[in-house]
Write a protein that binds this ligand. Sequence first.
Ligand code: HEC
Length: 151
Amino acid sequence: MNCMMWFGILIVFFTATACTQTAEISVRGINFNENQIVQGQQIYAQFCASCHGANGEGQFPDAPLVPDSTGRFGAPPHTGAGHTWHHGDELLIRYVQEGGMGSPSSFYPMPAFGDSLTEDDILLVIAYLKTLWNDEQRAYQQQATEAEHSN
Ligand code: HEC
């Protein structure tokens, strides 16, 4: 095999590797690139991590989906271990804009961010959350998003 052929094989290999690493992330049908995901991660670190955990593991990572001794649920994980990926884009956006929807006797409160974050910021942070899910979870959430539009 000559040198050019090896070169060709290498190009194919690196292209294939690069493509599998950048799975397409979109929110409201808008695609987000890696720089935007990093921005979303920074917004997350500043506004969300104090409750939802530095890596989205939730407020009580040892038992994230059960109430604590006060009988209330803490901030849920945003990773695949939680249920954020069960909700479509519009519900997630509304959650961040309007804050917690659970009853205060069963849930710790989540503040509304509609005044402190722009809609663009909120889309960025949701794009980041989607990187915490696996392909099946992203596909499920995509269907939930499409179901929102057919309602
Ligand atoms: C003060 C703590 C706190 C902060 C800060 C906070 N959250 Fe929450 N969040 C909660 C709690 C508690 C719940 C569950 C309560 C409820 O549903 O009413 C929740 C629920 C959610 C949900 C719905 C949960 C799900 O998995 O279905 C989303 C989405 C969410 N938060 C996103 C965010 C984002 C994005 C930020 C940052 C912009 C943020 N939260 C900041 C406490 C917080």
